[in-house]
Design a protein around this ligand. Structure first.
Ligand code: GUN
Ligand code: FE
Length: 434
């Protein structure tokens, strides 16, 4: 198995028994040198509950994707050569407005959630659309397919920055619909037992009126809920905050009670040292979306600087500002982009495969306060079984196997995925393990 130990180190342990209890929690991890390894293994065989992972296959923790725009899935990869403002207004808002059609919403959300699970993403933090009923469909699809989900009704009511055809009618409506959605998710969770959490979701500062930003801060406090938004994604966004509030984007969010220890802010490519200090002080997390940032971010988020300041950082795909639903693909880009930041003068900017893997697992779990992302007792059994394609022809030193998995794992190599011990994706071919 491979599991992240610290920011700098991934542990590789061969021949372990991972024991999962009835509630889907990892009970014990027994290594081959432990005295009861053989007896536990024999008991599991006699009860016919031992699942053997074939040679050249490894168990990894499932990933957390900290930033997904669910209704943007049908346009993943479209128009990424346009600047953010134009991309939003010409492509994204028209697409999101179509989610008042609930049949369309269901079709798209089933496709998306299946795809995310097939890519090893066991927990998702989702922006929905402005439509409460379509967002509820997303929650039902996650419950049905078994993905752990944090979902927000997008609030956007500022007539200056949103189109007539896609906007909350008023601040009152944005807040009332948000509260209605919160209670619907609580109800659905009670009915199904699914791991669902509602999230307070101001789209970003420009989209929202002052009343809505303030009201959402209060709702987050009233229900003690997570918050998600975008912060300092682009030079344009930062300048907007200065022009309207004479403040930094992060300071505006903080002023309205939206930077909390349960908040996850996407991108942060333009965050200054003092913004990072504010994030650290508030214990607010950053969703690092490196593919999207190449297109819209105007620079590279400083992962090492944020980590050194004790700011929580996890990985996000930002579907569809990022085209790929794969956290593997985003880990690769995070490493590549950090190299360009180093080349442009930030000597400490480079990150390793172990750093990226930490963000995708422990970083994301810490941001959402969930016991996942590591294979150890007391953690949820969120697991992926991954086949190493090049096992027969390459070096099999632990570090090399680990880096190969980070760089070469495709959807086809992800053989099974479990959330809280429950099988949610199965891709075992006929000759698997033969
Ligand atoms: N800022 C506000 N909305 C969006 C969005 O949908 N995608 C990205 N990348 N940035 C945004
Ligand atoms: Fe985004």
């Amino acid at each position: 198995m491979v599991t992240s130990a610290t920011f700098d180190k991934a542990d590789f342990t061969p021949d372990v028994l991972i024991c999962v209890d009835q509630s889907g929690t990892i009970d014990r991890v027994i290594s081959a040198t432990d005295s009861d390894y053989q007896s536990v293994k024999q008991t599991a065989i006699s009860q016919d509950i031992l699942q053997v992972i074939p040679e050249g296959n490894y168990i990894l923790p499932g990933f957390t994707d900290l930033h997904i725009h669910a209704p943007q899935w049908p346009q993943a990869g479209f128009a990424l050569d346009k600047p953010l403002y134009e991309w939003l207004n010409t492509y994204t808002f028209p697409l999101e407005s179509k989610f008042k059609d609930l049949e369309f919403a269901e079709k798209v959300y089933r496709s998306l959630v299946k795809e995310l699970l097939a890519n090893g993403t066991t927990t998702g933090l989702f922006f929905g659309s402005i439509h409460t009923n379509a967002n509820l469909i997303l929650a039902k699809v996650c419950a049905q397919f078994g993905q752990r989900a944090f979902i927000g009704k997008v609030a956007m009511d500022n007539p200056d920055q949103t189109p007539d055809y896609y906007r909350d009618d008023s601040s009152k409506e944005a807040l009332a619909e948000t509260e209605k959605f919160i209670n619907q998710i609580f109800e659905l969770q009670k009915q199904t037992g699914a791991e669902l959490t509602p999230v307070i979701t101001p789209r970003f500062v420009p989209s929202c009126t002052d009343e809505t930003l303030a009201g959402l801060g209060k709702l987050a406090k009233k229900y003690d809920l997570p918050i998600q938004s975008h912060c300092s994604e682009s030079i344009w966004e930062d300048q907007y905050a200065i022009d309207r509030f004479h403040k930094r984007d992060a300071e505006v969010l903080d002023q309205y009670g939206l930077l909390t220890d349960k908040a996850v802010m996407a991108h942060g490519t333009q965050l200054t040292d003092s913004d990072l200090d504010l994030f650290s002080q508030k214990q607010t997390a950053i969703a690092h979306c490196p593919i999207s940032n190449v297109y819209f971010g105007n620079s590279v988020m400083r992962v090492n600087d944020a980590h050194q300041k004790n700011v929580k950082v996890g990985m996000g795909t930002d579907i569809s500002g990022g085209f790929s639903p794969s956290i593997y693909r985003n880990m690769q880009q995070a490493i590549m982009s950090s190299q360009t930041l180093k080349d442009s003068g930030n000597d400490q900017a480079r990150i390793s495969a172990a750093n990226a893997f930490y963000l995708a697992t422990i970083g994301g779990a810490n941001a959402l306060h969930i016991q996942t992302g590591q294979i150890k007792p007391g953690y949820k059994a969120d697991l992926q079984i991954v086949q190493d394609q090049y096992f027969d022809i390459s070096s099999n030193q632990p570090q090399e196997i680990f880096e190969r998995l980070v760089y070469h794992t495709n959807k086809e190599n992800i053989k099974q995925v479990y959330v809280s011990g429950k099988l949610v994706h199965n891709n075992l071919g006929e000759d698997y393990g033969k």
